[in-house]
Design a protein around this ligand. Structure first.
Ligand SMILES: *Cc1c(COP(=O)(O)O)cnc(C)c1O
Length: 456
C-alpha cells in the first residue's frame, strides 16, 4: 500500500473496507476518518501534517506517552529470541514469569497471581467464568448472578458488554445475557437531587443491598465496578460509596471485583484505583495502562482468597487464550512498568500534575456552560449544562457534547464527549506546561460551544 497516498485516497479506502468500532459506517462514508500517522509524547500527527494534543492518551491507555524507543527495542529483541509460545498445559516463558512476579509486587497485598488475556474485555469474560467456577467448586453452583451498575463499561465481548450498563450497547443485539443485574451508579451531579454528596453515596451503595435481597443472597456471586466509571462519564463516587459497597459485599459473602482497566497503573495518583478509594477487591481486571497500549495485553489479578480455592478445589481451569501471556506483550508490559517506576509517574500524578490539573480546571467552575468539574489524578470531566444555577442539562437532541467535540477536533485537541460530559485522560507524562496548553485549548472549545448555544 502506498503510504504517501493522499488523505482523501486513504479515507476512501478506509471507508470502503474497514468497519470501525463504535462508529456509524454511513457517517464514515460521508465524512471520512481522520488518519493518524505518527505520534510522540502527548502529540499525534495526522495525514495532513496537523499536530494534535492527545488529551485521551489514545483510549485512556498510553500512560507513558508515545514514542518510547525502549518499548520498541524490547519488543524487537523478544521477537528475535522467542516471538511466541503459549502458557497452556504446564508450559511458560521467561517474560510471562517476570511480568507475573512484577504485578504481584506492585498490586495491593494478597494479589499474587495473574491470569493473562489480550484485552480488558477478555479480562472481564475471565472474571465471569472464574467467579462462577469459584462458587461451583465450593458446592454453590446456584450462586451465579453478578451485579453491575448502570453506565458501567467493562468491554465489548458478549459477557463484558452484558456486564456493562450502557443501554445503547445492550440494544445493539439484545443483551444482557441472563444472571446479570444492574443497579444505580453514584452519579451525584446528574442524579443526586437535593441529597448531599455523602448521603447520595450511601444511598446508591445501598441499592446493592436491596438488589441482593431481591435476588436472594444465595444466588448472588459477585459485584463488579470501576473505582471511577470511565466511559460512563468519569463518574467519581462520593467518599461514602465504596466503604458501604465493601461492607455489603462482606456481609453477604459475595466477591468484589474492581475493574482497574482505566484506573490502574497510576491514573488516579496511586498504582491502582482501589488504593485511592480504599477498596479491598477479590479480583482486579487490568489492561490499557499495563502496556500503555504499545501491544495488546490484559489480565485478571486474583487475590489469595480466590486462588486458594482454585488451587485446593478447582481442578483444571478450562479457560485460556492462544495469546495468554504472549512473550512479546509481556516483555513490553514489563518495560512499561519499569518506565512508570523509573520516572516516578505515579508520584508525579499524585503530587504534581494531578493537583495542578485540578487547580487549573477549577477556573472552569465559573464558566457559564459548565455545571460541574471533576478531577482525580489525571482524569478530568466537565459537565456542559444549559442552566448552571438550576443544574439543568441540555435536551439530548441538541447534541452539545458532540458540538464541543467538533470544536476540539477543529482545534487539534482530542477530548472525548460522553453525552454532554467532556472528559480527558492524558498520558501520565504530561508536564505542567502541557497542562496549561491543554487547559487553554479546552477553554477555547468551551467558549465556542457556549457561543454556539447562546449561553452567557
Ligand atoms: C476499556 C475498558 C475495558 C475493555 O478493555 P478492552 O481492552 O477494550 O477490551 C474494560 N473495562 C474498562 C473499565 C475499560 O475502560
Amino acid at each position: 500500500m502506498n503510504l504517501e497516498a493522499s488523505t482523501s485516497e486513504l479515507q476512501h479506502l478506509d471507508s470502503h473496507h474497514h468497519l470501525h468500532p463504535f462508529t456509524d459506517p454511513k457517517a464514515i462514508l460521508k465524512d471520512g476518518a481522520r488518519v493518524i500517522t505518527r505520534a510522540d509524547g502527548i502529540y499525534l500527527w495526522d495525514s495532513n501534517g496537523e499536530k494534535i494534543l492527545d488529551a485521551m492518551a489514545g483510549l485512556w491507555c498510553v500512560n507513558v506517552g508515545y514514542g518510547r524507543e525502549n518499548l520498541a527495542k524490547v519488543a524487537y529483541e523478544q521477537l528475535q529470541v522467542l516471538p511466541y509460545y503459549n502458557s497452556f498445559f504446564k508450559t511458560t516463558t521467561p517474560p510471562a514469569i517476570a511480568l507475573a512476579k512484577k504485578l504481584a509486587e506492585i498490586t495491593p497485598e494478597g494479589f499474587n497471581h495473574v491470569f493473562f488475556t489480550n484485552s480488558g474485555s477478555e479480562a472481564n469474560d475471565t472474571v465471569m467464568r472464574t467467579v462462577r467456577r469459584y462458587w461451583r467448586v465450593q458446592d454453590k453452583p446456584e450462586k451465579r448472578v453478578i451485579i453491575s451498575r448502570k453506565e458501567a463499561y467493562h468491554g465489548s465481548t458478549v459477557a463484558a458488554a452484558s456486564l456493562g450498563g450502557q443501554s445503547f450497547a445492550h440494544e445493539m443485539d439484545g443483551l444482557p445475557i441472563p444472571d446479570i443485574a444492574h443497579i444505580d451508579h453514584p452519579y451525584w451531579y446528574g442524579k443526586g437531587g437535593d441529597l448531599s454528596l455523602d448521603e447520595f453515596g450511601l444511598k446508591t451503595a445501598q441499592c446493592l443491598e436491596t438488589k441482593i435481597k431481591e435476588i436472594g443472597p444465595d444466588k448472588v456471586a459477585a459485584f463488579i465496578g470501576e473505582p471511577i466509571q470511565g466511559a460512563g462519564g468519569v463518574v467519581v463516587p462520593p467518599d461514602t460509596y465504596w466503604p458501604e459497597i465493601q461492607r455489603i459485599c462482606k456481609k453477604y459473602g459475595i466477591l468484589l471485583i474492581a475493574d482497574e482497566v482505566i484506573c490502574g497503573f497510576g491514573r488516579t495518583g496511586k498504582w491502582f484505583g482501589s488504593e485511592t478509594f480504599g477498596i479491598k477487591p477479590d479480583m482486579m481486571p487490568i489492561a490499557k495502562g499495563l502496556s500503555s497500549g504499545y501491544l495488546p495485553i490484559g489480565g485478571v489479578m486474583m487475590h489469595d482468597r480466590v486462588m486458594d480455592v482454585l488451587i485446593e478445589k478447582g481442578g483444571d481451569f478450562a479457560h485460556g487464550f492462544t495469546y495468554s501471556g504472549h512473550p512479546v506483550s509481556c516483555a513490553v508490559a514489563l518495560e512499561n512498568i519499569k518506565i512508570i517506576e523509573d520516572e516516578k509517574l505515579v508520584e508525579k500524578v499524585a503530587n504534581e500534575t494531578g493537583p495542578y490539573l485540578k487547580k487549573r480546571w477549577q477556573e472552569f467552575e465559573s464558566h457559564p456552560i459548565v455545571g460541574e468539574v471533576r478531577n482525580v489524578g489525571l482524569l478530568g470531566a466537565i459537565e456542559l449544562v444549559e442552566n448552571k444555577e438550576k443544574r439543568q442539562f441540555f435536551p439530548s437532541d441538541k447534541k452539545v457534547g458532540d458540538a464541543c467535540k467538533t470544536f476540539c477536533f477543529e482545534n487539534n485537541l482530542v477530548m472525548r464527549a460522553l453525552k454532554d460530559t467532556m472528559v480527558v485522560s492524558p498520558p501520565l507524562t504530561m508536564t505542567v506546561e502541557q497542562i496549561d496548553e491543554m487547559t487553554d485549548l479546552v477553554k477555547l472549545c468551551l467558549d465556542l460551544t457556549a457561543e454556539k448555544f447562546g449561553i452567557k
